[in-house]
Design a protein around this ligand. Structure first.
Ligand code: DPP
Ligand code: ZN
Length: 863
């Protein structure tokens, strides 16, 4: 396979003035006719006329009406064309009915559907399939299906045909077409300048009861983007379509978003609170792409974070505004540490803006998306909210209609603030998670924090340079009162000290403007709360005693760090338990007890406090400390800590559990969701004590999926629930999304020794439709995330996953490649497990005709 490099970028030799596409739909022989107006690109040196095209049967091609015979290969065609404007026409035949890769045009449950990002358009017709080639698309669809959709505005329709025109120039990856027997849940939105926009959420008959929430989320997103970013919608119609077979969560095609049905369909009976929150966020994300991604797009795929990092950042802001900002921030930090840190500290580590790839689909990663969003959050922290708003305004003004780079993005901040962001740009080029270690000094009434940063070598980058790290710090006095409000330390050197002095107004960073130091005062040493609000995506190494952590857990005014103090206590005690068989520490148990008792604290926040680090994260921490993690020992420690915690907070559980029964009508809002989260956490602890008796009652009375699923998990965890599992199946067997939960839960809740067998058994179930990515992920993805089950010592988990990846690869390379990352942490484990994993990776790598996607992934993981 060829490697593509950022440094090799050159513009395409031609500009595209317009694209006319005609689709004659037929399941195994769809004809696509393209008429494309090209003209030489004055900014390009290379005039080779190459059009991408894969798996296309060329029927005919003409240039200015004259038939030609282009030179066609597996990746595209070249042709001799005039050195002036000309019209290209081609007719190709494609086979959507046999397209199982779900890239290009394919059929899902009788519905035609497309997925073109990143490089799927070349499976539809010959085209310069690169994001810097933007054009206006006009589309005619001929097909005997009731609903025929494409991008932009409808310009005509009749029996068996429809025409669409998208007036906004766009790259081919934003093209979309949908044709099927669909019904709409309609809506309407008036933009701030008075444009009436028709909204539709298109679903298969039977799903119409699951649309209301998504429609409301869309309207809220449209309003929010106007209010917060001044961004208005720019077409007469906005269509969303739900599809069952989809590799990603959703896709932001201009005016025609296509969603994995799991990312849009929702009802209280079938969706959990977490589903609702995720759906709201994804709808917002795809909608926000209309400006950050579509109106301003990426010059090339190395710049993917330009649209994804920014859009993830924007959807996180939206969720914070709609729900609870601290809870959202904590969720994001948990997620980043679990997924992105694992990626950034292993063989798949790559910069937020990668510099090379073989298959771009392999770079839709937590690093590009979530670390990409963190980088924007840091930029905003450094320049301040006002400058951020001005820079964004300039970005939209200056670059509307363009295909841009990270350099363009950084430049708007430099121009707005007069700051030199050269060093900051390392966040985009340097891979690996920076570690920040902290030492304190306390001399003559001056409190000093010395920060040291280092980033371990990552593939292709052995030497790292210091990065600009905004470290948010607050100081807390001995009585628990805050004595210095949150202050941003701009940490730019390898080692840097920050001194704080005592003034009449409390503690202050030395050298800042404000009242003078109070000389002669003898203040007590403060306690530092460092990296508040998770102000940078770094690993903080701060040796604190359990007493200090407990103090912060009780007093920190920063909700993130208050949670973090509890999390650190949990980590410390778990690691000690794993290594020395110690009993759980009372500082942790008492701290949790106090938090749970504090009914002034938001229920969702208290529920979060009860969370524990994932077993995989514990393994990573042990590995960092030079200890080989034993998955069974980790599992045992977590189980023990849960059991002991349950006993410790026993008296509170009935009161907390009452949160699961809310008098008011069900609402998926943050408040009720928080109550149910706390009630569910209490139920889980209760089940440790009563063997699942309460959970069995809850299962019977559950009138929403959140409670039903949490009760069922408790029963399965307690080794019970067989009857309920069957009842659940009987009730929900016709609901695809609920059945995904039924499959996944059994794997997630299985005891480590049984996980592989349960997975084997489930893959033989008649409803295990492995070609459906959601179902495949529900079972095999759950295997990979059941840490102790996946890492069973005999390697059963590894070989089972490898079997299925080998089977899926020829059918769906993208999903296969994505799931190979289950093996990315293999070098943490003991020699026996490493050997077992290496064998499986080698077996995958040696599979004949392995896809480019999977080849690249296993090769990177093995090296
Ligand atoms: N559709 C995916 C997303 O929105 C890729 N653009 O992130
Ligand atoms: Zn996106």
């Amino acid at each position: 396979p060829t490697t593509i490099y950022l440094k090799d970028y050159t513009p395409f030799g031609y500009l595209v003035d317009s694209v006319h596409l005609t689709f004659d739909l037929a399941p195994n022989a769809t004809r696509v006719t393209s008429r494309i107006a090209f003209r030489p690109n004055p900014d390009a040196l290379d005039r080779q006329f190459f059009l991408h095209g894969e798996q296309l049967k060329l029927i005919r091609a003409t240039v200015d009406g004259v038939e030609i015979t282009p030179d066609v290969t597996e990746t595209g065609l070249t042709a001799v064309v005039p050195d002036a404007a000309f019209v290209w026409e081609a007719e190709v035949e494609i086979d959507p009915g046999n397209n199982t890769a779900l890239e290009g045009l394919y059929i899902s449950n009788g519905m035609y559907c497309t997925q073109c990002e990143a490089e799927g358009f070349r499976k539809i017709t010959f085209y310069p399939d690169r994001p810097d080639v933007m054009s206006i698309f006009t589309v005619r669809i001929n097909g005997a299906l009731p609903v025929l959709l494409s991008n932009g505005n409808p310009t005509g329709k009749g029996d068996g045909w429809a025409e669409w025109n998208d007036p906004w120039p766009k790259p081919a990856y934003l093209f979309a077409l949908v044709a099927g027997d669909l019904i709409t849940h309609p809506g309407q939105f008036t933009t701030k300048s008075g444009r009436e926009v028709e909204l539709n959420l298109w679903v298969r008959p039977g799903d119409e009861g699951k649309c209301a929430f998504g429609m409301e989320a869309l309207k809220k997103s449209m309003k929010w983007d106007e209010d917060v970013y001044g961004r208005e919608y720019d077409l007469d119609v906005f269509n969303i379509v739900a599809v069952d077979d989809f590799n990603m969560g959703a896709m932001e095609n201009k005016g025609l978003n296509i969603f994995n049905s799991s990312a849009v369909l929702a009802s209280p009976e079938t969706s959990t609170d977490m589903n609702f929150e995720r759906i709201e966020a994804i709808i917002a994300h795809e909608y926000f792409h209309n400006w950050t991604g579509n109106r301003i797009t990426c010059r090339d795929w190395f710049q993917l974070c330009l649209k994804e990092g920014l859009t993830v950042y924007r959807d996180a802001q939206f969720t914070s505004d709609m729900r609870s900002a601290p809870v959202k921030r904590i969720h994001d930090a948990i997620d980043l540490r679990a997924r992105q840190f694992a990626e950034d500290n292993g063989p798949l580590s790559h910069p937020v803006r990668p510099e090379s790839f073989q298959e771009i689909n392999n770079f839709y990663t937590a690093t590009v998306y979530e670390k990409g969003a963190e980088v924007i959050g840091m930029l905003k922290r450094l320049v301040g909210d006002e400058a951020y708003a001005q820079a964004l305004e300039l970005y939209f003004d200056r670059h509307d209609g363009q295909a841009c780079t990270i350099e363009d993005w950084i430049k708007v901040f430099e121009d707005t603030t007069d700051r030199d962001l050269t060093q900051f740009k390392r966040w985009y080029s340097q891979s690996g998670t920076p570690r920040v270690s902290v030492t304190e000094d306390w001399t003559d009434g001056i409190y000093t924090l010395t920060l040291k940063q280092r980033t371990d070598p990552t593939p292709g980058q052995s030497d790292k340079l210091p990065q600009v790290i905004p470290v948010a710090v607050g100081l807390i006095g001995a009585n628990g009162d805050e004595t210095m409000p949150t202050t941003i330390l701009e940490f730019t050197q390898e080692i840097q000290s920050f001194a704080f002095e005592y003034t009449v107004e409390g503690w202050r960073l030395q050298g800042c403007e404000g009242p003078e130091r109070v000389s002669g005062a003898n203040p007590p040493k403060p306690t530092a709360s460092i990296l508040r609000d998770f102000s940078a995506p770094v690993i903080l190494e701060h040796d604190q005693s359990s007493a200090e952590r407990a103090f912060l857990l009780a007093h920190d005014s920063d909700p993130f760090n208050r949670w973090q103090a509890g999390r650190s206590l949990a980590e410390d005690t778990l690691i000690k338990m794993i290594l020395t068989d110690a009993a759980p520490e009372t500082d942790y148990l008492d701290g949790i007890l106090a938090v749970l008792r504090d009914s002034d604290l938001d229920p969702s926040y208290r529920a979060l406090m009860l969370g524990l680090p994932s077993q995989s994260e514990l393994a990573a921490m042990m590995h960092e400390q030079g200890v080989t993690p034993d998955p069974v020992a980790i599992w045992t420690a977590v189980e023990t800590l849960r059991q002991v915690t349950a006993q410790h907070v026993q008296d509170l559980l009935p009161r907390l559990h009452s949160e699961t029964s809310i008098e008011a009508a069900f609402s998926p809002d943050a408040e009720q969701a928080g109550q149910r989260a706390l009630g569910g956490a209490a139920l889980a602890l209760t089940s440790r004590l009563d063997g699942g008796a309460k959970a069995a009652e809850d299962y019977q009375r559950a009138d929403n999926m959140t409670l039903q699923l949490s009760a069922l998990s408790c029963l399965l965890r307690a080794g019970k629930g067989e009857q309920e599992l069957n009842a659940f199946y009987d009730r929900w067997q016709d609901d695809r999304l609920v059945m995904d939960k039924w499959f996944g839960l059994q794997v997630a809740m299985s005891a480590p020794a049984e996980t592989a067998d349960i997975v084997s058994h489930l893959t033989g179930h008649p409803d295990f439709n492995w070609k459906n990515p959601n179902r495949f992920r529900a079972v095999l993805g759950a295997l990979a995330t059941n840490h102790a089950g996946f890492h069973r010592a005999d390697g059963a988990g590894y070989s089972l996953l490898a079997d299925w990846l080998i089977k899926l690869d020829p059918v769906n390379p993208q999903t296969t490649a994505r799931m190979c990352s289950a093996f990315q942490t293999w070098k943490r484990y003991d020699a026996d497990r490493q050997a077992l994993i290496r064998n499986q990776l080698t077996r995958i790598a040696e599979t004949p005709d392995l896809s480019r996607d999977t080849t690249e992934m296993v090769t990177r993981i093995l090296n």
